[in-house]
Design a protein around this ligand. Structure first.
Ligand code: NI
Length: 253
């Protein structure tokens, strides 16, 4: 049984065959899924999917790439969504310095802090997106020592991983760990105890080998589990079982 803690089934990439695909995913042995929102509309869509499917849970929040022009009213709307019984986290939130078209770094940081503050108030875990913003992401989460969560598709150094692990954070592993150049991910996996690993797909993005380049779905989380199990020298079943327990511990489901 597998728990994919990061998949965007509200994405338009699934509009043509969403229900069929979700049935296939469940039949394959994916027991639970968390769908994180990226703005208000997709957060609401994630909640709607969670309402109509027992095995789907939602996270709600505003992604750094989608944060231009957010207002107090938007943060209040996120807060209101958090009271839904199938909302298990605030996410995906964070910093993305990769794309030049993104809102300014300073504004992204403000939006990130506001949502960490909300997580602290509501006692909810967070799902963090950190792309090319490792130093600032770490510095900001350190300002909220009571908040825990996962660094989704973690791409920082092993040193940064250790800092997060020391503070009780979890690290998310995705399709790119199956690529040939995954040296950094392997170093991260080496310093990360099994009890702090989560497996994710980030569907429809980041398909692992052997499906690289195709639309991703949660069945492929199996390849992520296999690769981590190989690195940790345990069985895929054991890895799947432990990461499922970790997801339950962090998200309460
Ligand atoms: Ni994502």
């Amino acid at each position: 049984m597998l728990f994919d803690t990061h998949a965007h089934y509200d994405d338009a990439a699934f509009d043509a065959d969403r229900e069929e695909l979700l049935a296939a995913v469940q039949a394959f042995g994916v027991e639970k899924i968390i769908d994180p929102g990226c703005d208000l509309a997709s957060s609401r869509a994630a909640v709607a999917l969670a309402e109509s499917h027992d095995f789907i849970y939602a996270a709600v929040g505003i992604h750094p790439e989608e944060c231009a022009g957010v207002t107090d009213a938007d943060f209040e709307a996120v807060r209101a969504l958090c009271s839904h019984k199938k909302v298990v986290a605030i996410g995906e939130i964070g910093l993305d310095y990769y794309w030049d078209k993104n809102p300014s770094r300073e504004f992204q940081q403000t939006v990130f802090r506001r949502q960490l503050q909300l997580a602290q108030e509501l006692n909810l875990p967070v799902i963090v997106h950190d792309r090319e913003a490792h130093g600032d992401s770490l510095a900001i989460v350190e300002q909220f020592p009571e908040v825990r969560g996962v660094f989704h598709c973690f791409s920082g150094s092993a040193e940064m991983a250790k800092e997060l692990l020391k503070r009780g954070w979890y690290l998310g592993f995705d399709g790119p760990i199956t690529y040939k150049n995954a040296r950094k991910a392997r170093e991260t996996a080496e310093v990360t105890p099994l009890e702090r690993m989560l497996i994710e797909t980030d569907s429809p993005y980041l398909s692992p080998v052997p499906n690289r380049g195709k639309r991703n779905d949660s069945r492929n989380v199996h390849f992520v589990a296999e690769k981590l199990a190989e690195w940790k020298e345990i069985s895929t079943e054991e890895l799947a079982q432990q990461t499922r327990q970790n997801a339950q511990a962090l998200f309460g489901v």
